[in-house]
Design a binder for this molecule. Structure first.
Ligand code: PLP
Length: 455
């Protein structure tokens, strides 16, 4: 039996760290290493600024986990949650009932979604939504009388969540190594020209990588393939912006073989790339889009699948779809998401990304390539990365194990009160969409300083 615990907002950081180490298992973390060092404990936030328990003001270059799109501390979202909790804190949408927030949010999402994508199946997260997608595409083909169509083709280093389904769709070997992966999922190469393109032009490399989909379909047999899933820009894999040839070729192949296309828009949705959805930015025409994160700007856990008319019609034509979550369309989460979208629309946040924040950040981001250790800077909307390299001309890798320099750089950013993430030796940003030019200046200044301290 442990001692009764009284946690107040004023406990010293060291005591909080000790309790954290004793009782809290952090996701994607070496918990014993963290216990020795102590977690940095965030206490409050406003706009793009976090404050930790030591009072440091940290600029959040990652919008939390690519999700706090409208920035922190918006009272309207707290008010939406509080009113909805008092009005109807919970009810399900399973057994012939519905409620106003789920109805309103589904209709609102259909309003901003690409044409013909008018149906929403709610989940509690991006991982859950991708689990829905696995079952939905297989059920779709069952109903169409082709039950052998079960294989889903995905990409190496794609990230689709960490449930068994989402983790299996993702192409990250580290995740597969912990708990295995479900059957019927195949991974093809990712369109990462900078790291893997060798002497090829980006355009040729993009085509080659897309054509791996056609090869896989022919090897597996089109009669066995249900769907292809991809993020318009691979986020957790390193902000891999595909060459311009990639998505048009994927679309051609998907159309030619009549397989379903799932665009995982968990990061790229809700303004991140300068449009409501990354599919619009890249001219992709998906049958299903996975959403989460920016849907509520991270203020409430909520995700879902936006489903096109044809797939929804088939799904609705043959009795129950035996799938759903207690919190599918949770009223409080839905009310918050609805308010989040209202703010995005009323305040023209996507226009701000397109006309103000992206052009300004692009210029500054490209400026980082003047640093001798920065080989390439990518940015689409407000989602970007830079490659750290010992030799720009040859796009060389560091002699140290991949990720060592990136890790060091991330640590320097942390010490300089800037949150940036690293994937291998690539540094990533995805700030709140409301970031201002003045805040971009601070972010870039701290990023340059941190890179320089690793040089
Ligand atoms: N899909 C993509 C593209 C993601 O980036 C993520 C999370 O980062 C997920 C799915 C999983 O979402 P969640 O963590 O909400 O389960």
């Amino acid at each position: 039996m442990n001692q009764p615990v009284k946690i107040t907002n004023h406990l010293p950081t060291a005591e909080l760290q000790a309790l954290d180490a004793a009782h809290h298992m952090h996701p994607f973390t070496d918990n014993s290493a963290l216990a020795k060092k102590g977690a940095r404990i965030m206490k409050s936030a406003k706009g793009v600024w976090l404050t930790d328990t030591e009072g440091h003001k940290i600029i959040d270059g990652m919008a939390g986990l690519w999700c706090v799109n409208i920035g922190y501390g918006r009272k309207e979202l707290a008010d939406a949650a509080s009113s909805q909790m008092l009005e109807l804190a919970y009810y399900n949408t399973f057994f012939q009932t519905s409620h106003i927030p789920a109805i309103a949010l589904a209709a609102k999402i259909a309003e901003v979604a690409p044409e013909g994508m008018n149906h929403i199946f709610f989940a509690g997260s991006g991982s859950e939504a991708n689990d829905t997608n696995i079952r939905m595409v297989r059920r779709y083909w069952d109903i169409k009388g082709q039950p052998e169509k079960r294989v889903i083709i995905a990409r190496k280093n794609g990230y689709h969540g960490s449930t068994m389904g989402g983790g299996s769709l993702g192409g990250m070997s580290g995740i597969h190594a912990h708990g295995g992966k479900i059957a019927g999922i195949t991974h093809i190469g990712e369109p990462n020209w900078w790291e893997q393109g060798g002497d090829m032009t980006p355009e040729d490399f993009g085509l080659m990588r897309a054509q791996e989909l056609e090869k896989a379909i022919l090897e597996i047999g089109v009669e066995n393939v249900a769907a292809f899933i991809g993020e318009p820009i691979q986020g957790a894999g390193g902000v891999i912006v595909p060459p311009s040839t990639y998505w048009p070729e994927i679309q051609r192949i998907v159309d030619k073989y009549g397989i379903l296309l799932i665009a995982d828009e968990v990061i790229t949705g809700f303004g991140r790339t300068g449009n409501w959805f990354g599919s619009t930015t890249f001219g992709i025409k998906p049958h299903i889009m996975t959403i989460a994160k920016g849907l509520s700007s991270g203020y409430q856990p909520i995700g879902g699948s936006i489903v096109c008319d044809e797939v929804a019609e088939v799904m609705g034509s043959s009795g129950d779809f035996n799938h759903g979550y207690t919190y599918s369309g949770h009223p409080v989460a839905a009310a918050v998401a609805l308010e989040n979208i209202r703010i995005m629309q009323d305040e023209g946040i996507i226009d701000h990304v397109r006309n103000v924040a992206h052009p300004y950040l692009m210029q500054k981001w490209q400026g980082l390539t003047e640093h001798p250790m920065v080989g390439e800077a990518r940015l689409v909307g407000l989602m970007g990365s830079i490659a750290l390299t010992p030799d720009k001309a040859s796009r060389a890798k560091f002699a140290a194990e991949t990720g060592t320099v990136g890790y060091k750089c991330r640590e320097r950013c942390f010490a300089n009160d800037l949150i940036m993430r690293h994937v291998g030796d690539r540094m990533i940003i995805s700030p709140p969409l409301v970031i201002t030019p003045e805040e971009i200046d601070i972010l870039i200044e701290r990023a340059w300083k941190s890179i320089d301290e690793c040089y």
